[in-house]
Design a protein around this ligand. Structure first.
Ligand SMILES: Cc1cc2nc3c(=O)[nH]c(=O)nc-3n(C[C@H](O)[C@H](O)[C@H](O)COP(=O)(O)OP(=O)(O)OC[C@H]3O[C@@H](n4cnc5c(N)ncnc54)[C@H](O)[C@@H]3O)c2cc1C
Length: 642
């Protein structure tokens, strides 16, 4: 079952090459240093940390870059200055938006609609490309172009609205940006004697009760210490009869799976009051009197969507997300959708509207979603909105240190140099873990509120395959395993890839595809912060070759018996590490104890003088439409100030 370093050599070499790529980007490559939680010591990544980045416009920006991780730690350690005394240049702008993710873009869209003639806005982001957690990876496997998400990956097509201005969230932006509602996916084009398979369109659908039936899902149950195991396919359809689970475990899981909305609330406030006082696990065990198995199964989806599992996530969130016990089963026809690069598609729609020539081509769906980025168009003097990348904001404070002051000083680091911007207002479309250190004059009340947030890490590992015959032999397109000692991850799947114009990725077991591992770091039962700190240490302290070894070892364990051979079947691996992927919506996050209102996020949503805060973390569970709403809200709070 074991395999040697030989089979990982190709990607190891790619990884080593990318270490050089990192140096080109200005990343130093000192000796690796292990990170310890808040040990106050200087931390930097080694040359074998970042690894291969694929091809195309996103190749230098997959997950957190070495540069952003290092700068963030220097910021935490108080090594970066705040004033204008050490900057090499100072510009003036009416508005600065920090962060070019969905929230920052939501703010920029509102600015573009409401700006007065002559007003200018600078958007700064610390990555080599815009999008935040909604970016994409691109591979070229023997001439076949393959695009996959780095993080945010799927959505339900929202309801049609006739007046987007009066709407919010997904329906508003979907209508406003004129995103199509019909999409093309590949038909299963294999000869009739080949077993037809079912596919998730995204990397989540197969984990959701009522949607999993659209995917051929295999569960691998370990049966021996040497990696032996047994597969059970489509377990829910077969009412778990094909699993080695005990009769008691099957009974409690089936009861959970069948349960609909067991609580009714007339208003959202009532739901917060009733549910935001307990975790989903507590709800299942104490209110529905179920055994522990459903909570562990629910972790697969919850930890993928919220960072930690049922023991950590508020029951109120599972009333909003489709979870048994608090919501009815989803209608059978409902499907999720995923653009080639996941929610990177939405990011590109926003950007195309804001700076039309930033993405090559027309405003057709094909050009927006698959066109090349024109980096020169992002930051041109004289345009109302400029986007400056590879720029880490290290300090934001009101001039003179008073919130009543008329301007805000912004200091950012770019290519190892410090620059300044004087702005009338600043939107921090960035997470609290960063804002705590960047906003130098943040009042104690805000600091206290931000300190209550809990941020969880996440790893998206995209493995490019030359073929996936080994999955086809098993009759599956998604795999779930009960994680044992030494195992990597919990789930992986291949999508039915969306077809967009000339981008026509194959759907054929003998052709290339991307196998995605969406991997949370949850440790059920431990205190929340202990779970997230442990996870972050594992995520950040593991080298690319070590993750690569673990991932291929896991694939060997799962798929060697059905013919998987890494040296033949793997074309490349990209790691997307997200150190603070999610703000965990823990019980009380929504103000449950007080019946809503007074929650930490409500404090953060109040502008601090000329600085307003917008990030998807304020929504509780992070999602693209509400993220853009936070940006829009923040702009409207500051509109009089600019
Ligand atoms: C693995 C994963 C899967 C997800 N799946 C989905 C999904 O299927 N559907 C969905 O709707 N959502 C999904 N999400 C949630 C996603 O996070 C949100 O939908 C949204 O994209 C977040 O946007 P944001 O602008 O709030 O934050 P971010 O995307 O975090 O953007 C903030 C930006 O600010 C930058 N920044 C931070 N500090 C600084 C600084 N000091 N200076 C300059 N720049 C800075 C960051 O690097 C980043 O680029 C997923 C998230 C993850 C991690």
């Amino acid at each position: 079952m074991s395999f040697g370093p030989r089979i990982t050599r190709r990607d190891f070499l790619n990884g080593a090459l990318l270490g050089v790529g990192g140096a080109v980007l200005g990343c130093r490559a000192p000796a690796p240093r292990q990170i310890a939680p808040d040990d106050g010591a200087r931390w930097s990544v080694g040359p074998d940390w970042y690894g291969y980045g694929g091809v195309g416009d996103y190749r230098f920006s997959h997950g957190n870059t070495p540069d952003t991780v290092e700068t963030a730690h220097r910021l935490r350690d108080g090594e970066l200055p705040s004033g204008f005394d050490r900057v090499e240049s100072i510009e003036d702008h009416d508005l600065v938006i920090v962060g070019a993710g969905m929230a920052g873009l939501g703010a920029a869209l509102e600015y573009a609609k409401k700006r007065r003639p002559g007003q200018t806005c600078m958007m700064l982001d610390n990555h080599p490309i815009f999008g935040g957690e909604a970016k994409e990876n691109e591979f070229d496997v023997g001439g076949v172009r393959l695009i996959g998400p780095q993080g945010a990956n799927g959505f339900f097509v929202p309801d049609v609205v006739t007046d987007p201005e009066r709407a919010s969230g997904d329906p508003r932006y979907y209508a406003e940006l004129d995103v199509p509602r019909e999409f093309q996916f590949r038909d299963w084009g294999r000869p009739p004697e080949e077993k037809p398979l079912r596919f998730s369109p995204d990397n989540y659908e197969y984990l959701v009760r009522g949607l999993e039936q659209h995917t051929s899902v295999g569960h691998f149950f370990s049966t021996g210490p040497q990696g032996e195991g047994t597969w059970a396919i489509d377990i829910w359809e077969r009412r778990l009869a094909n699993t080695p689970l005990s009769a008691a475990a099957r009974a409690t899981l089936l009861q959970w799976y069948a349960s609909g909305a067991t609580r009714q609330f007339a208003t959202d406030e009532q739901a917060v009051r009733g549910l935001d006082t307990m975790s989903y696990q507590e709800f299942l065990e104490q209110e529905l009197h179920l055994g522990p198995e459903p909570a562990r199964y629910a972790d697969l989806f919850l930890a993928s969507a919220c960072g930690l599992g049922s023991d950590a996530v508020s029951a109120y969130v599972t009333y909003q997300l489709p979870m048994p016990g608090l919501t009815e089963r989803l209608p059978p026809g409902l499907r999720r959708v995923s653009f080639p690069g996941g929610n990177s598609g939405f990011v590109r729609y926003f950007l195309k509207r804001l700076i039309p020539d930033a993405i090559a081509g027309t405003d057709s769906f094909e050009d927006i979603v698959t066109g090349r980025v024109n980096f020169d168009a992002l930051d041109r003097a004289g345009q109302p909105l400029r986007v400056r990348l590879r720029s880490t904001v290290v300090s934001v404070e009101h001039e003179g240190g008073r919130a009543s002051s008329g301007t805000v000083k912004v200091v950012y680091a770019r290519d190892g140099r410090l620059h300044g911007i004087r702005a009338k207002a600043v939107i921090m479309a960035t997470g609290g873990w960063m804002n705590l250190y960047v906003v130098r004059d943040m009042p104690p009340l805000y600091r206290e509120a931000y300190r209550q947030f809990v941020h969880a890490p996440f790893l998206v590992a995209n493995v490019a395959l030359t073929n996936w015959r080994f999955l086809h032999r098993l009759g599956i397109t998604a795999a779930i395993w009960d994680r044992g000692e030494g195992d990597f991850g919990y789930t992986c799947n291949i999508r039915n890839p969306m077809q967009v114009g000339s981008y026509q990725p194959p759907l054929d077991p003998d052709q290339p595809t991307i196998l995605s591992f969406y991997t949370p770091f949850h440790h059920p039962g431990l205190p929340l912060r202990e779970q997230t700190t442990r996870g972050r240490m594992e995520l950040l302290n593991t080298s690319y070759p070590e993750f690569e070894r673990r991932i291929y070892a896991q694939m060997m364990k799962l798929f060697a018996a059905s013919g998987f051979k890494p040296e033949r079947d793997v074309a490349g691996l990209i790691l997307n590490r997200w150190g603070h992927a999610y703000s965990v919506p823990f019980p009380g996050f929504f103000g449950g104890a007080s019946g809503g209102g007074g929650a930490p996020r409500d404090i953060i949503r109040i502008p601090h003088g000329r600085i307003a805060f917008a990030h998807s973390e304020l929504n509780g569970w992070q999602h693209w439409g509400p993220a853009a709403d936070e940006g829009r809200r923040a702009f409207n709070q500051l509109v009089e100030a600019i």
